[in-house]
Write a protein that binds this ligand. Structure first.
Ligand SMILES: O=C(O)CCC(=O)C(=O)O
Length: 311
């Protein structure tokens, strides 16, 4: 959008002193995602991988980290005999870990995040995703969704996801796919639920209701990435990932950052009620009775740059 000689931007706040070129900003504004190549070096990626394996093997304390097994390892006989690294599909809430925090506090990563959130940044959601080789159940797929479905804070435009490939990712091992421009059109949060797939679906993997096939056929693009490449994307961007058809696990480390100016919202009676209920039930089983969806976000987030405000 041109106003006189100056452009106005909606989805980026600044170039952070020219770090993000006008071309890159334009690309994000239009498409809702942006890949920055080789943001992380191999040494760091190796440290993240080793830490993940050590946590799976119980060699280091997991602290408050949640370890999630792929559904195929729970429902298929014999899978309990393969290595833990093959059956853990995700670890979550890794923000306070002494090794993983090197990701969330990485100065260059945060310099880019600042272009979307401004100077005061909270890391809200953190995970290392370990997509296992698919055993035929197709559980390694991730349905098309918008991350905002999971969040109890707004505004959406001051939230950004980062997803860093820890190895080469391609369609064969289930790289991310995205629907470019979906942060603008439809540009709103759509209702989500568990997909009506024939195969198995992992806990918490909600997808956009009724849209999967038609959107899949539409203009999705696969993000082929090299180790250390990092995609930044808007929380309304429709995305997902396909099955891992290789014999190796596919690893990525990821975080959602938000401006400290964001505010918690009440999702009661909205399309997010289903995920809020699910989270509440998980908290209840862990001994936290009556934990509000907003409290859940307060507990798991961490200030990573600047000053704490509302979140
Ligand atoms: O890494 C993947 O396969 C998909 C991750 C994702 O989209 C998510 O967890 O929201």
């Amino acid at each position: 959008m041109a106003t006189g000689n100056r452009k106005s931007y909606k989805y980026t706040l600044s170039s952070n002193d020219g770090l993000m070129s006008p071309e890159l900003r334009d690309f994000y504004e239009k498409n809702g995602f942006l890949v920055i190549r080789r943001l992380f070096n191999q040494t760091l990626l190796d440290q993240f991988k080793q830490r993940f394996v050590d946590i799976c093997d119980g060699k280091v304390s997991r602290g408050g980290i949640t370890v999630m097994r792929d559904i195929s390892s729970i429902v298929e006989k014999g899978r309990e005999f393969v290595s833990k690294e093959q059956i853990v599909n995700k670890i979550q809430d890794i923000l306070w870990d002494e090794v993983f925090e090197r990701y969330f506090l990485h100065p260059k990563l945060l310099d880019y995040v600042q272009c979307f959130t401004g100077n005061n940044i909270m890391a809200m959601h953190s995970m290392l995703i370990n997509k296992p080789p698919d055993t035929g159940s197709m559980s390694s797929r991730h349905p098309m969704h918008q991350d905002l479905h999971y969040f109890a804070f707004r505004p959406a435009d001051k939230i950004v996801a980062t997803w860093t490939a820890m190895q080469t990712v391609t369609e064969a091992n289930g790289c991310l796919f995205v629907l470019p421009g979906s942060h603008v059109d439809p540009g709103k949060l759509l209702p989500h639920e568990y997909p009506q797939w024939k195969g198995a679906v992992n806990k918490g993997f909600h997808g956009i209701i009724g849209h999967d096939d038609s959107l899949r056929a539409a203009k999705i693009i696969h993000l082929n990435m090299n180790p250390g490449d990092t995609v930044f994307f808007h929380p309304l961007l429709i995305h997902g990932s396909g099955p891992n058809t290789t014999k190796e696990t596919r690893k990525a480390i990821s975080c959602h950052f938000a401006s400290c100016e964001c505010q918690y919202i009440d999702v009661t009676d909205t399309t997010q009620q289903n995920i809020a209920d699910e989270v509440k039930e998980i908290a209840r089983r862990r001994g936290f009775d009556d934990m509000d969806f907003r409290d859940f976000w307060k507990f798991r987030s961490r200030l990573v740059r600047g000053l704490k405000m509302h979140l």
